[in-house]
Write a protein that binds this ligand. Structure first.
Ligand code: FYN
Ligand code: ADP
Ligand code: MG
Length: 565
C-alpha cells in the first residue's frame, strides 16, 4: 500500500506481525472473530503458525504451557469481551504458575467504551485483566507497537515469569504510517542473562546446608522452567541429599534416580532438619511448611527463587538465595564442596523407599479380571514411558492426577505437564496441542473422565491438525467415583455418564479404542502412539475406584449436621 506521494505504507496488522516476529514469536493459539480475524489470516499468509481452537480458554492454556516448555512467552489471540474473558482464566493460570504468556485481545473503541455508550462487545478489558496478570498494557498508536510488544515480552519473561495482557483496540489495526519509518522503530530486544546471588548469601546457605544432619531437597517446576536440570543433578549428586520432586518438577532429575525419596515423601518431610526449596514454593502443596506433614522438629529452610518477595512468605527462611537458579545453584554447590548427607539419615529414608516401591509394585501388577483400577491400568502407562521417555505426559483429574503422579515415572525434564498450582481442570487438550506443536514429540494425556469433559471438544482441533496425541480417558463414570447413590430424587452430583469417548473421537476424525483390561490398554497404547495420529483410548475403570478429592481430601469440607448415626 502507498499514499498519494507514493510513499510505501504499513498498517497496524502488518507492523504487529513484523514486531511479533522480531520478538521471536512464530506461533499463536486462538479463536478468530471481530476484530482480529484478519490479523490471524495475515499471520498465516506470512508463513507463521496459527492454531485455531474451538474455545479461547484452551488456546490460552496452550499458550501458557508453550511458555513453560520453551522458556519464552506463548501467545494467545482472542476477540473482544467474551473471548477475552475466556482467555483470562488461562492468563491467570499462567501468572499463578509463573509461566510466561501473552494474551492479545482485540477490543472495542476507547471513546465509546469510556463513555459506556454500548459499543459492540463493550468492555474495559485493560482494567479487568490487571488483577489476573503481571501487567496489562494497551497499544493505542501504531507507532507504539514495537515498544509495546517488547515491553509485554520483557514483563512476561523477566523476574518471576507470568502472564501479560496486551489490549489491541480495533482502530489500531487500520492505522497506517510510512513503512520506512515503521521499520526504523523495530528492534529485537537484547537478551538479559540470569542473575547470580551475592556471595554473602551463598556462604550463608552453605553454612546451613553443611550443618544439616537430615537434609532434604524439594525440586520445584521453577527448576524445569529454568532449564537447570544439569545444575540440580550436580547439586544432588555431589551432596547426596535425598530429593522430592513437585508434580511438574518430576523428571528434572529422572524419577528412577537412586537419590529420589519420592516413595517416602511423608517421612522425608516430617523428619528433615533442613529443607532446601529449589525453585519450589512453600504454598498449599507443601502445607505451608506447617502441621503434621512437617513433624514436630523446628526446620531450617534454604530457598532458591528468582523472586525475593517469595522469601518468608509462609515460614521464616534461614537462607534465602535470590537469583536465577541455573546460576545460583552452582554457586552453592561450589560452596558446600565436600559435604555429604549423613549416611544414617539416608539409610533411614532409602530403606523405606525400597520397601514402599515393592509394596506399590505388587498393586500395579495385580489384575484379577473385571474392571481395571487405577494401579493396574496406570502400570501400562508407566511401562510405556519407561521404554519411551521422550513422551510429553499431560495429566489432569483428581484420582487420575494423583495416581499418575505416584505411579508413572518421568525421566526427562519438562515432560510432565499437569494441573499446576491451582489444580485446575480443563488444561488437558490445550496442553496437548501446545506440547505436540512445540516439541514435535508424542503426547500422552492421562485424563479423568470428568476432567476430560472440560476441554473435550478440542479433540477436533487435535484431529484437524493431525497431532501425535493419544488421550487415555480413565472412565469411572464420575467426579471422584461413578457409583454414588442418587439422592433427593436426583442423579448424584458426582455421577457422570459412562460415555463412549472413543466414539466421540471417531466422530471428530480420530481413532478410538475401548480398553477393558490392561492387555487391551497396552495394545491400544502401543498402536496409538506408534501411529503418530490423534487417538483416544476409553479405559474403563471400576466406578468404585477412586476416593473423594483424591489425595487432598484434608482440604475438603463436609457437614456433620443431620448426619445419620
Ligand atoms: C510416591 N509414593 C510412592 C512412590 N511415589 N510409593 C511407592 N512407590 C513410588 N514410586 C508415595 C509417597 O511416599 C506418598 O506416600 C504417596 O505415594 C503420594 O506421593 P506424592 O504424590 O508425592 O505426595 P502427596 O502426599 O500425595 O502430595 C504431595 C502434593 C501432591 C500435595 C505436592 O499431592 C500434589 O501435587 N497434589 C496436587 C493435587 C491437585 O491439584 N489436585 C487437583 C484438584 S482435585 P506417603 O509418603 O505415605 O505420604 C479436586 O478434588
Ligand atoms: P512447584 O509447584 O513445583 O513447587 P511453584 O510454581 O510453586 O513450583 O514454584 C516455582 C518457583 O520457581 C516460583 O516461586 C518462581 O518464582 C521460581 N522460579 C521461576 N523461574 C526461576 C528461575 N529461573 N530461577 C529461580 N527461581 C525461579
Ligand atoms: Mg472419574
Amino acid at each position: 500500500m502507498s499514499n498519494e506521494e507514493n510513499v510505501e505504507l504499513t498498517d497496524g496488522f502488518h507492523l504487529l506481525i513484523d514486531v511479533l516476529k522480531d520478538n521471536g514469536i512464530d506461533t499463536m493459539y486462538g479463536v478468530v472473530g471481530i476484530p482480529i480475524t484478519n490479523l490471524a489470516r495475515l499471520w498465516q499468509e506470512d508463513g507463521q503458525k496459527f492454531y485455531s481452537f474451538r474455545a479461547e480458554q484452551h488456546a490460552g492454556y496452550a499458550a501458557s504451557i508453550a511458555g513453560y516448555i520453551q522458556g519464552k512467552p506463548g501467545v494467545a489471540l482472542t476477540v473482544s469481551a467474551p473471548g477475552f474473558l475466556n482467555g483470562v482464566t488461562a492468563l491467570a493460570h499462567a501468572t499463578t504458575n509463573c509461566f510466561p504468556m501473552l494474551l492479545l485481545s482485540g477490543s472495542s473503541e476507547r471513546d465509546i467504551v469510556d463513555l459506556q455508550q454500548g459499543d459492540y462487545e463493550e468492555m474495559d478489558q485493560f482494567q479487568i485483566a490487571k488483577p489476573h496478570c503481571k501487567a496489562s498494557y494497551r497499544i493505542n498508536s501504531i507507532r507504539d507497537i514495537p515498544i509495546g510488544i517488547a515491553r509485554a515480552m520483557r514483563t512476561a519473561l523477566t523476574g518471576r515469569p507470568g502472564g501479560v495482557y496486551v489490549d489491541l483496540p480495533a482502530r489500531l489495526f487500520g492505522q497506517t504510517m510510512p513503512l520506512a519509518e515503521a521499520n526504523a522503530l523495530r528492534f529485537t530486544p537484547a537478551p538479559i542473562g540470569g542473575a547470580a546471588a551475592p556471595e554473602a548469601d551463598v556462604a550463608r546457605a552453605a553454612e546451613v546446608i553443611k550443618a544439616a544432619k537430615k537434609p532434604v531437597a524439594v525440586i520445584g517446576k521453577g527448576c524445569a522452567y529454568a532449564r537447570a536440570e544439569a545444575e540440580v543433578k550436580a547439586f544432588i549428586e555431589e551432596t547426596g541429599i535425598p530429593f522430592l520432586p513437585m508434580g511438574m518438577g518430576k523428571g528434572t532429575i529422572p524419577d528412577n534416580h537412586p537419590l529420589s525419596a519420592a516413595a517416602n515423601r511423608a517421612r522425608a518431610l516430617a523428619g528433615c532438619d533442613v529443607c532446601i526449596l529449589i525453585a519450589a514454593r512453600l504454598n498449599w502443596l507443601m502445607q505451608h511448611g506447617k502441621g503434621k506433614t512437617w513433624g514436630n522438629e523446628l526446620k531450617k529452610y534454604v530457598q532458591f527463587d528468582v523472586l525475593a518477595q517469595e522469601m518468608d512468605s509462609n515460614q521464616p527462611i534461614a537462607a534465602p538465595v535470590v537469583g536465577d537458579v541455573k546460576v545460583t545453584l552452582p554457586q552453592v554447590t561450589a560452596a558446600v564442596k565436600g559435604y555429604k548427607a549423613p549416611a544414617e539419615w539416608c539409610k533411614e529414608i532409602f530403606d523405606k523407599v525400597a520397601a514402599n516401591k515393592e509394596k506399590l509394585k505388587a498393586k500395579l501388577t495385580t489384575y484379577n479380571g473385571g474392571e481395571m483400577n487405577y494401579q493396574n491400568s496406570l502400570n501400562v502407562v508407566k511401562e510405556y514411558i519407561a521404554a519411551n521417555p521422550n513422551v510429553n505426559l499431560v495429566n489432569e483429574g483428581a484420582n487420575a492426577l494423583d495416581n499418575t503422579r505416584m505411579v508413572v515415572d518421568v525421566l526427562q525434564p519438562r515432560r510432565r505437564l499437569d494441573t499446576g498450582t491451582w489444580g485446575v481442570m480443563g488444561i488437558g487438550m490445550g496442553y496437548c496441542v501446545a506440547a505436540a506443536t512445540v516439541t514435535s514429540d508424542p503426547v500422552i494425556a492421562v485424563e479423568g473422565d470428568s476432567a476430560f469433559g472440560f476441554s473435550g471438544m478440542e479433540i477436533e482441533t487435535i484431529t484437524r491438525y493431525q497431532l501425535p496425541v493419544t488421550i487415555i480417558v480413565m472412565n469411572n463414570g464420575g467426579i471422584y467415583k461413578g457409583n454414588e447413590a442418587d439422592t433427593g430424587g436426583q442423579i448424584s452430583c458426582t455421577r457422570l455418564g459412562r460415555v463412549r469417548y472413543d466414539l466421540m473421537m471417531e466422530a471428530l476424525g480420530g481413532k478410538g479404542y475401548l480398553a477393558n483390561n490392561p492387555t487391551e490398554l497396552k495394545a491400544a497404547l502401543e498402536e496409538a502412539v506408534a501411529s503418530k495420529k490423534p487417538c483416544l483410548i476409553n479405559a474403563m475403570i471400576d466406578p468404585d475406584a477412586g476416593v473423594e478429592s483424591g489425595r487432598i481430601k484434608s482440604l475438603n469440607v463436609v457437614s456433620n449436621i443431620g448426619k445419620k448415626k
